[in-house]
Design a protein around this ligand. Structure first.
Ligand code: FAD
Length: 472
């Protein structure tokens, strides 16, 4: 297969990039490892969705003395298909730090703004048209009772029509890409890139749901790698590119709790919870999760003595989380293994913020009227009063915690600081002609807020720059 531009990975970074290149008149091939499935099948937050749309059915671990279980989307649209679409523009203090520490040029809030605006014109961002769910409102009320800053997070969601529709990539950028003449090839994983006679050659394996796997060769003048923050460095390292690639993966590690109230808060018919506490950002933020009965059971899994409560009292329970910025990981390929080894370390500062965040989250929930808080970390006691919080440790004990993450980034940072950065300020890989990175790997650190908006705007900015400069 031959194309002028190949984009590998169809998540927010890849879909935005592919659409812009196709609309600029290029012949573009979008190559995606996962299946091409409708947004509404399998049902959102179901077991089948995890099996069909998540990488490794949601089982991935960053190993270390305190490990982080993380998940990634693996389907056309990537993480945008499986996430809740909570949406933010990047805070200006985050961009300022990236410009200063990584010497990223032309990345002020004002310079990124047109790219946010253009993405938001295609994938709509809306607030709830009705009252939030009781689970969501409890978090907000807890914050208000303590005088803390809390808000309703907007979502990539169009609430019109029955139940509305999430504005995932398969509903927005991918259809526009196809309309502009782009070609999408799903079920196809690129294993290696090489440079041959002035072109990029992509060695890939096509694995249809039914039928045998076949090898596929793709040739392209320009390649954008957008496989997500773990798979992008893995692919580049397999292809012999290593400078500042896969040395600095960052997360928003989460600690979850189940909060129990003495009245019903959990109605499966409610819209997804959307409130977040902002009082302690940039150190940590707090929010509420989908709290279906199986998810409550999973969050409670480390406390077998309390698991039976979920069966009888799940309607009085909700899942809440504190989300921090700790942990830094390396990504390395191992001979004979398909997935890379991800190894994470946490500083004392990180361990302190995990513990402090958990304490503050519990404080908010008690202030909201919770009668019991069950931290997912089994080493922590069940918390029933403000006095219980005073007994909690100052730092998360090393080796404990049940940390999870759905936000991964920064494994190949962009910028002119050549000691730290894998690419230039616009995602072009140094010393690799016509090769770009176009996903969350490029972000120079945690976004503090939910990251998808930043991934899309940065991809839009970089693809626009490449097109305007004729990929020079
Ligand atoms: C459960 C969950 C909830 C989340 N909630 C939110 C939220 O509410 N708000 C928010 O802002 N963010 C959220 N996120 C994060 C957000 O989805 C990601 O930041 C975003 O999807 C990253 O985009 P990306 O393009 O970098 O990578 P991805 O979205 O990870 O896309 C990469 C794509 O590349 C494909 N790929 C990988 N390797 C190869 C290969 N070798 N060949 C071909 N294809 C390949 C993958 O299958 C995948 O589809 C959530 C993520 C998850 C998983």
């Amino acid at each position: 297969m031959v194309a002028e531009v190949a984009v590998i990975g169809s998540g927010p970074g890849g879909a935005v990039t592919a659409m812009l290149c196709a609309e600029a008149g290029k012949s573009v091939l979008l190559v995606e490892e996962g299946q091409n499935l409708p947004l509404h099948w399998p049902e959102h937050f179901s077991r089948d969705e995890i099996l069909h749309k998540y990488r490794n059915a949601g089982v991935n671990v960053a190993l270390g003395s305190t490990q982080i279980a993380y998940v990634e989307g693996c389907c056309v649209g990537g993480g945008s298909e499986v996430n809740r679409g909570l949406y933010y523009r990047t805070p200006s203090y985050v961009l300022d730090a990236w410009r200063k520490d990584f010497d990223v040029r032309y990345l002020s809030s004002d310079e990124l703004m047109p790219h946010f605006t253009e993405c938001e014109a295609i994938a709509r961002v809306e607030y709830l048209p009705c009252e939030a769910s009781a689970i969501s409102k409890r978090l907000y009320e807890g914050a208000m009772n303590l005088g803390w800053h809390a808000i309703e997070a907007p979502r990539l969601y169009s609430y019109g029509g029955r139940g509305g529709s999430k504005q995932s990539m398969s509903e927005t950028f991918v259809p526009r890409f196809l309309k502009a003449g782009g070609r999408l090839i799903a079920d196809t994983a690129v294993r290696r890139l090489s440079r041959q006679e002035g072109k990029w050659r992509l060695d890939a394996i096509h694995t249809p749901t039914h039928g045998p796997s076949q090898t596929v060769e793709i040739s392209a003048d320009k390649v954008f790698v957008a496989c997500g923050a773990v798979q992008t460095p893995a692919l580049l390292r397999r292809s012999g590119l290593r400078k500042n690639i896969g040395n600095s993966l960052r997360f928003h590690p989460m600690l979850k709790v189940v909060a129990e109230f003495d009245y019903e808060v959990n109605d499966p018919g409610d819209f997804d919870p959307v409130h977040q506490i902002k009082e302690f950002e940039p150190h940590f933020g707090m929010g509420c999760s989908i709290s279906k009965q199986p998810m409550l059971a999973l969050t409670m899994a480390g406390r077998p003595d309390c698991l039976a409560y979920v069966e009888h009292r799940w309607r009085r329970m909700g899942i809440y989380y504190v989300q921090t910025t700790g942990g830094c990981a390396t990504i390395r390929n191992l001979p004979f293994f398909r997935d890379p080894l991800v190894r994470v370390r946490h500083s004392e500062w990180d361990l302190h913020h995990y513990a402090e965040g958990l304490k503050r989250l519990s404080e908010a929930l008690l202030a909201a009227g919770a009668i019991a808080i069950y931290p997912a970390a089994p080493e922590y006691p069940v918390l029933r009063s403000m006095a219980d919080l005073r007994k909690l440790p100052e730092n998360l004990p090393n080796g404990s915690g049940n940390l999870t993450s759905v936000h991964v980034f920064s494994s190949c940072p962009m910028g002119e600081n050549e000691a730290l950065c894998a690419t230039d300020s616009f995602g072009r890989v140094r010393e690799a002609d016509g090769l770009y990175i176009a996903d969350a790997s490029l972000l120079c650190g945690p976004t503090i807020v939910n990251p998808q908006g930043t991934v899309m705007a940065v991809a839009h900015r970089n693809a626009t720059h490449a097109i305007e400069n004729r990929f020079a």
